[in-house]
Structure formats: C-alpha cells, structure tokens
Design a protein around this ligand. Structure first.
Ligand code: ADP
Length: 493
C-alpha cells in the first residue's frame, strides 16, 4: 500500500517524459538475486557519496542476460524507477535495420540524449544484434562493426560517476557477444534474469492482478503450479485473458475459474467453439491413445490424478489430451524421484501401447512421436541421474556429466544420441545408448502388459470418450475402480 502511494506520488511529480510509467522492483516478479545485485546501481544513483566512500567502482555497463519475455526490460525500468532517474530505451536491432550507415549515428544520438537528461539509464535491448562476435566479410558485418565501434567509443568516452549515466544492455545470448563489449569499463557486470520459478510465477500473477478486482477465493499456489514453465510475459497474458473472460460474462470480479480457463487457453490454444470436424477413424485413434494414457496415469500411484481427458482438438493441441492435476508438492520441492520418473516413463509410453493393443501393430500411427521422444528424455534423465539399474552400475554412474541434449536430436531411436566430449570414448556412448534403449523396451513391455490386464477398463474408457468427447477425472476413476485389475488397484484401497 505504502509503495503504491509512493508510486502515485512519484508519477505525479515526475518531470521526465521519456518513459510513460514508473516501475519499481516490486512490479518485477521473482528474480530476487538480480534485484540484490542491481541495488548497486540504485545505490550509485541514490546515495553517491556513500557509494564513493565505499570505494566501489561506478557501474558503467550492466548486462541483463536471460530468455525473452521474462522481465529484462521491466527490470531495467525498475532500476531507473528505484533510482529516481530517467530511462531511455532503444533496441540494437533497430540500429542496424535502418539504412546503411545510420546505425552509428543512432548510437551517437542515444548518448547525446542521455547526456542532456542525465542522471539516467540507457537501456539497449537485443544487444547481440550489433554486438555479435565479429566474423569478417560481408556488408552487413561492416555495418555492424561501425555501430558496435561507435557504441564502444561512447562507452569509453563518458565517466559514469561525473555524468550520472549507466548503460544497461539486454541479451538472451551472452556467449555470442563480442568480447570487446564485455571488457572492464564497458559491460563488465552481468546479471541473470530468469524465467520465473514457482515463487516467481506466484508473484507474477499477483502483480498482474494487482489493480484488478479479484474474488477472494483465488488459489495462487495452484495457479503457480498450473503455469509451470511459462514466461513472465505469458503470465501477464493469462491475467489479461482472465479479465477478458470475466467481463465477457458480465462479472465484475475475476475468479479462479477465469484464471484456470485462461491458463488452458495459453497452453492449448482456444478450443474450437463449433467443434472442429475430426474424421471418425482419427477420432477413434485419439480416444484409444488418451484412454491408454489416462488409464496408466490412474493406475500408477506416483502420478498425479487425471484432471480431465478430451478428444476435441484445440488450436495448439491438434490431438486429444490427458491433463493431470497439478502436483503442487513437486514444484515447491523441485525433486524428481526415481519412482516418479519410472512411472512418468510408463505414462509417456501408454498411448503407443494402447494403440498397439487395440489397433494392432500394422495400424500403429506416427501420432505418438512427440510422446515417444519425451519418453526417451525421461529414460535418459534416469540414467544420467545415477538411478541406473545397469549391472555395471558404478561405471554408468560415472558418466553423469555428459552433455547430452535430447531436444536437439528429435525422435532418434538409434545409436549415438550422446554427444561425446573429449574424454569420453565411443564405446561409452554406445553403452549409454544401449542402457536407454533397454529401459525404453523394458518400460514399454511393462505398460503393455498393464494395459492388457486392464483391457476391460481401457475399452470402457474408449467407448465413453467416443460418446462424450470429454471425461472428468472423477469419471475416469469410476471406470478404473469398477473394471480395473485387482493387482493394480491394490494401492488405491
Ligand atoms: P524481456 O525484456 O526479458 O524480453 P519484458 O521485460 O519486455 O521481457 O517483459 C514483457 C512483459 O512481460 C512485461 O511488460 C510484463 O508485463 C511481463 N513480465 C515479464 N517478466 C515479468 C516479471 N518477472 N514480473 C512481472 N511481469 C513480467
């Protein structure tokens, strides 16, 4: 409340028109560490005498590093807001998009403006657009060189302390930056702005609903787990959509259901209102796959309960989908246990197993490709975390630090998915691949026989899905408890 009052007061008093809205640290969710580190800049502006007395070197250039949409710009504006100085922003991509030869002139203008309004922060977005490692040759490279040279000479040419200017640059790729830019006296401090974690997501929804009328029963913890993996910008979008949904229905308060619906939309795209036409054969296949997945998820004790299943595709989710309830505990503890990963692997393979069981081997389709790829990632994670059951355990465990990136090798079911580094031999790579292969095969057999045992429940789920299109978690549980195999139901008792 106090902060909000101060904010309003500052807004009223502010004479600088360069940035329309004044932003403070508490407008930026999460990123506590970054804020702590950026207090150096704030102190530099707020209490220069104290800063000087401490013997600290004036911060001249600060890099904000991190993936797009997570608040680098916001953070830079907050530093200006907290420091009570002007904020001038520009984008390096614009420098070089302009006509040839204008890049350097733009940089000069930028610094001239800064000198006239100082104390201030200059923010340069997408710094890597001009600051990439020089590789020689090409007209566009010359242009880039001129621009970056101008930037370097401007940075060398001012005294942060005397002129009250701090330059903040944003990039998502620090590794491609020209080393000349990161030398001492230039962008020599670098601060990470990350995608929000659980706590950050929780704060982010709150920040974006702050000035909106919200109902009192909002469960922020659940929302934060439902939004796992989202960027700050996506979360801002969710809050926006929720407000829109509420007002469309004539309610003046945003409720939990508006927010969960908005999250659904952000994840899967808008559901087709009219029910998009899906051919009968394709529809049946979706039902078979989702029935298998939701059955396995329900039978396996460590997997979260099913929230709902649907075979109605939506904009960004072209197949059916099984959505599990958020497992709040896992996001807060951040721990993936062997038991959980093992079962998650079974679930990832269940769609394909159901397809084989119900449609037959000849009728397998390519629709499971993404899930199989995910299965491979899990199998690799298990091995790579030293949870291997390989007889040569000690040996395999020693291989924990290889730089395998499953996402860069889409869907390979062959040898050499492992990137070797110099001290690993080819035979080690083969070992690891064979281990992953063995685990995938073993798990596949396991889930196949599990579905076989529970064939009555599987068939019932398929029929209900075809009839109703969408089943709630409770409806799934009802079928499974009635028709499931006693051996698999033991743990539910
Ligand atoms: P970047 O500069 O890293 O690409 P921006 O700062 O431009 O990201 O973020 C875009 C928008 O997303 C912001 O204006 C804000 O609405 C929202 N946003 C991103 N990160 C956060 C955050 N950490 N806290 C609150 N809002 C955020």
């Amino acid at each position: 409340k106090r902060v909000r009052d101060v904010r309003r007061k500052l807004k009223r008093e502010s004479k600088v028109q360069l940035s329309d809205e004044i932003i403070f640290f508490d407008d930026v969710a999460g990123n506590k560490q970054a804020k702590i580190e950026l207090m150096e800049v704030v102190d530099f502006f707020r209490t220069p005498e104290k800063f000087r007395a401490s013997g600290a070197r004036a911060p001249k250039g600060v890099l904000l590093v991190g993936p797009p949409g997570n608040g680098k710009t916001l953070m830079a504006r907050a530093v200006a807001g907290e420091s009570g100085v002007a904020f001038i922003s520009s984008s390096a991509a614009e420098f070089i998009e302009m006509y040839m030869g204008l890049g350097a002139a733009r940089v000069r203008d930028l610094f001239n403006t800064a000198r006239s309004v100082a104390p201030c922060i200059i923010f340069i977005d997408e710094l890597d657009a001009v600051g990439r490692q020089r590789q020689g040759g090409g007209r566009s490279n010359d242009e880039r060189d001129n621009t970056v040279n101008q930037l370097l000479s401007e940075m060398d040419g001012f005294e942060a302390e005397q002129q009250g200017i701090v330059v903040m640059g944003a990039t998502n790729r620090k590794d491609v930056l020209d080393a000349a830019l990161t030398r001492p006296g230039r962008f020599d401090r670098s601060i990470e702005v990350r995608r929000p974690d659980f706590q950050g997501r929780l704060e982010a929804v709150k920040v974006h609903l702050r000035d909106k009328p919200v109902s009192s029963d909002i469960d922020y913890v659940t929302l934060a787990s439902l939004m796992g993996g989202m960027s700050g910008a996506q979360i801002a979008g969710v809050a926006n959509t929720a407000c829109f949904l509420a007002s469309r229905e004539g309610r003046d308060e945003v409720g939990q259901s508006d927010l969960t619906a908005a999250i659904e939309q952000a994840k899967y795209g808008r559901a087709y209102d009219q029910g998009r036409f899906v051919g009968a054969a394709r529809r049946r296949r979706f039902a078979v796959m989702e029935a298998g997945i939701s059955l396995a998820a329900t039978l396996l004790p460590a997997i979260e309960p099913v929230d709902y299943i649907t075979i109605q595709p939506s904009l960004r989710s072209p197949l059916g989908r099984t959505v599990l309830k958020p497992h709040v505990g896992r996001y807060t503890t951040g721990v993936w246990t062997y038991r959980y990963l093992r079962e998650q692997l079974l679930v990832a393979l269940a769609g394909r197993a159901a397809e084989e069981l119900v449609m037959g081997r000849e009728e397998l389709s390519s629709l499971n490709q993404d899930r199989l790829q995910f299965a491979r990632q899990i199998a690799f994670k298990i091995m790579n975390s030293g949870m291997s059951e390989h007889p040569d355990y000690e040996h395999i465990r020693g291989l924990g630090q290889n730089n395998y990136d499953p996402s860069s090798e889409p869907g390979r079911f062959t040898m050499y998915t492992v990137t070797l580094d110099s001290n690993q031999s080819r035979s080690e790579a083969i070992d690891m691949d064979m281990e992953v292969e063995a685990r995938l095969n073993g798990s596949y057999r396991e889930v196949l026989s599990m579905l076989q045992r529970n064939r009555a429940a599987l068939d019932a789920l398929i029929e209900q899905l075809l009839a109703k299109e969408k089943l709630s978690g409770e409806e799934v549980v009802e079928v499974v408890e009635k028709l499931g195999h006693p051996k698999d139901l033991e743990h539910r008792a």
